[in-house]
Design a protein around this ligand. Structure first.
Ligand code: NAD
Length: 487
C-alpha cells in the first residue's frame, strides 16, 4: 500500500470547486494498489455555466490591462516553478514518468507562464497610411474571446500550460478539459490559477470523458476558439465540428518521427540520442523517434549498440531512484504496445530486444524497450503512431534514399539527422518535410520560446509557443479613422 495521501479532486466551475456526475478512480500505473484519488466528472450544466461566466469575465480581464495580466501570469509561473518538486511528484505518480521528468515538466510549465507574462507587455502595433487622404489606419490585435483547451495525458501540465498562458496573456477566457488519466496534477495547476486576482469564472477546468464533456465543449456555441492536442482521429473530429460552427481551431496530433543516421555520424552520440528519443517518457511523446533510418555502412554496428543501450535502461516505478523508464500510462496503452510488438513480428520485422512485459516489486504496466530491425517503411509499425517504447530500424544505401524514406509519412512533426557533413545537414534542413528539424540532436527536447508544431497530419492551424502563439489567441482588427479634412 502507498504512503501517499488520497486526493479527491473537483472541477473548477465558474470560479467554484464543484462535485460532478460521479467520479473516476485515479490509479498509479507504477503501482496499481496506489489509488491516488477520485476525480469528479463534469456535467453539461457545469459546462454551460462555465462558458457563461467566462464570457462575462473575459471582457473585464481584457479591460484590466497589460500590467495586471503580466502580474497574474508571472505569479502563476513563479508558483509552478517553486512547487515543481511537489507537483512533479504528482505527475510522476499519475502519469508514470520518472521523477526528474515530472519535476522538469512542471518547471517548464512555469516558464511558459513567465515567458507569456513578458509577452503581454510587447504591444507594439502596426500603423499604415491610407491610399485616401485624411484617413488613418491601424492594425491591432484583440482577444479571440473564450478559448476551449483540450489536452492529453502525456504532458499533463506542460501542454495545457503552453496553451493557457498565451490564452490569458492575450486577454481571453479559458475552459480547460484535461485528460481523464491525469486529473490530480491538472487540479493542482487549476488551483494556482484560480487563486489569482482574476475576474470570477475567467478560467474553468472541467474533467471527464473526451467523448462526452470534451465533445460537448467543442460543440458549444459560446466557444470562440479550440486548441487541441491529442490523437489524429479525435483531432479530425474536433476540426469537423469547429468548421460547422466556424470556430477557430488549432490541432497538434500524432507523429512518426524519423532520425537519419549517416555513415559519417558519431555513432555513440547517434545511439545515445536515438535511444533517448525513442524510449524516454516510455515512448509516450509526440516527439519520440520511432523510425531510425541508418546508412548500410554503419547499420549493423548501430543496431548492436542500440540494443545494448535499450537493454541497459532501468525500467521501474516512476518514483524509485534510478528509474529511467516508467510504466505505460494505462492497461489499454500497455495492451496496445504489446499488440504492436506482435504486429511487428507478424509483418516480418526482427525483434532484436525487449517488447515483453516486465515484473517489478509493485504491479504496474512495465515493458522492456523494444528495437525492431530489418523493417521497411511500408510496414504498419513504421506508419502508425505507437506511442510506445518501441523503435524501428530501416537500412538505407545513401543519403538520398534515407531522406526519401524519412519524408514518406503522413506525419511531419520532428525529424533528425546525425552527420558530420555540413552539406548534408543543410540539405536535410531544407528538404525534410517537418515542423521541426534537428541536426545532431534527438527529435525530443524543444525550447519554450520558439514555435512548435508540425506538418501533414501532425498539425493543423497556426503554430503554438513563442511569439507565433499570438496568431491563434488573437483576432486582427483593421481600424480606419477619418478625423476630418486638414485645414
Ligand atoms: P486523445 O486524442 O485520445 O485525447 C486527447 C484529449 O482529447 C483528451 O483530453 C481527451 O479526453 C479528449 N477527447 C477525446 N475525445 C474527444 C472528443 N470527441 N471531443 C473532444 N475532446 C475529446 O489523445 P491521448 O491518448 O490523450 O494522447 C495521446 C495523443 O496525443 C498521441 O496521438 C500524441 O501524439 C498526441 N500528442 C501530440 C502532441 C503534439 O504536440 N503534437 C503532444 C502530446 C501528445
Amino acid at each position: 500500500m502507498s504512503m501517499n495521501s488520497m486526493i479527491e479532486t473537483r472541477n473548477l466551475v465558474a470560479g467554484r470547486w464543484e462535485q460532478g456526475a460521479g467520479t473516476v478512480a485515479n490509479v498509479n500505473p507504477s503501482d496499481l494498489s496506489d489509488v491516488i484519488g477520485h476525480h469528479a466528472q463534469a456535467t453539461v450544466a457545469q459546462l454551460d455555466s462555465s462558458v457563461d461566466a467566462a464570457r462575462r469575465a473575459q471582457r473585464k480581464w481584457w479591460a484590466s490591462g497589460i500590467q495586471k495580466r503580466h502580474d497574474v501570469l508571472m505569479a502563476i509561473g513563479t508558483e509552478l516553478m517553486a512547487r515543481s518538486e511537489e507537483i512533479g511528484r504528482l505527475v510522476s505518480r499519475e502519469e508514470g514518468k520518472p521523477l526528474a521528468e515530472g519535476k522538469g515538466e512542471v518547471y517548464r510549465a512555469g516558464q511558459f507562464f513567465t515567458y507569456f507574462a513578458a509577452e503581454t507587455l510587447r504591444q507594439i502595433g502596426d500603423h499604415a497610411q491610407s491610399v485616401r487622404p485624411d484617413i488613418e489606419i491601424d492594425v491591432r490585435r484583440e482577444p479571440v474571446g473564450v478559448v476551449a483547451i483540450i489536452s492529453p495525458w502525456n504532458f499533463p501540465v506542460a501542454t495545457p500550460a503552453w496553451k493557457i498562458a498565451p490564452a490569458l496573456a492575450f486577454g481571453n477566457g479559458v475552459i480547460w478539459k484535461p485528460a481523464n488519466l491525469t486529473p490530480a496534477s491538472a487540479a493542482a495547476m487549476a488551483d494556482i490559477i484560480a487563486r489569482q486576482d482574476i475576474p470570477e469564472g475567467l478560467f474553468s477546468m472541467l474533467a471527464g470523458p473526451g467523448a462526452e464533456i470534451g465533445q460537448q465543449l467543442v460543440e458549444h456555441s459560446g466557444i470562440d476558439a479550440i486548441s487541441f492536442t491529442g490523437s489524429v482521429p479525435v483531432g479530425r473530429g474536433v476540426a469537423a465540428t469547429a468548421i460547422q460552427n466556424m470556430t477557430k481551431v488549432q490541432l497538434e496530433m500524432g507523429s512518426k518521427n524519423p532520425i537519419i543516421v549517416m555513415d559519417d555520424a558519431d555513432l555513440d552520440l547517434a545511439v545515445s540520442h536515438c535511444a533517448g528519443a525513442a524510449f524516454g517518457g516510455t515512448g509516450q511523446k509526440c516527439t519520440a523517434a520511432s523510425r531510425l533510418i541508418v546508412h548500410e555502412m554503419v547499420h549493423d554496428a548501430f543496431v548492436e549498440k542500440l540494443a545494448a543501450a535499450a537493454r541497459a535502461l532501468k525500467v521501474g516505478h516512476a518514483l524509485e531512484k534510478g528509474t529511467q523508464i516508467g510504466p505505460a500510462v494505462s492497461a489499454a496503452q500497455l495492451e496496445g504496445n504489446l499488440g504492436y510488438v506482435e504486429l511487428g513480428k507478424s509483418e516480418g520485422a526482427e525483434l532484436v530486444c525487449g517488447g515483453n512485459r516486465l515484473e517489478r516489486p509493485t504491479e504496474g504496466y512495465f515493458m522492456a524497450p523494444a528495437v525492431f530491425a530489418q523493417t521497411t517503411n511500408d510496414m504498419r509499425i513504421n506508419r502508425e503512431e505507437m506511442f510506445a517504447p518501441i523503435t524501428c530500424v530501416m537500412k538505407a544505401g545513401s543519403y538520398d534514399e534515407a531522406l526519401t524514406i524519412a519524408n514518406d509519412s503522413e506525419f511531419g512533426l520532428t525529424a533528425g539527422i546525425m552527420t558530420q557533413s555540413l552539406a548534408r545537414a543543410s540539405h536535410f534542413r531544407a528538404n525534410m518535410r517537418a515542423g521541426t528539424v534537428m541536426v545532431n540532436l534527438p527529435t525530443a527536447g524543444t525550447d519554450y520560446h520558439v514555435p512548435f508544431g508540425g506538418r501533414g497530419a501532425s498539425s493543423f492551424g497556426p503554430r503554438e509557443q513563442g511569439q507565433y502563439a499570438v496568431e491563434f489567441y488573437t483576432a486582427v482588427k483593421t481600424a480606419y479613422v477619418y478625423a476630418g479634412a486638414a485645414e
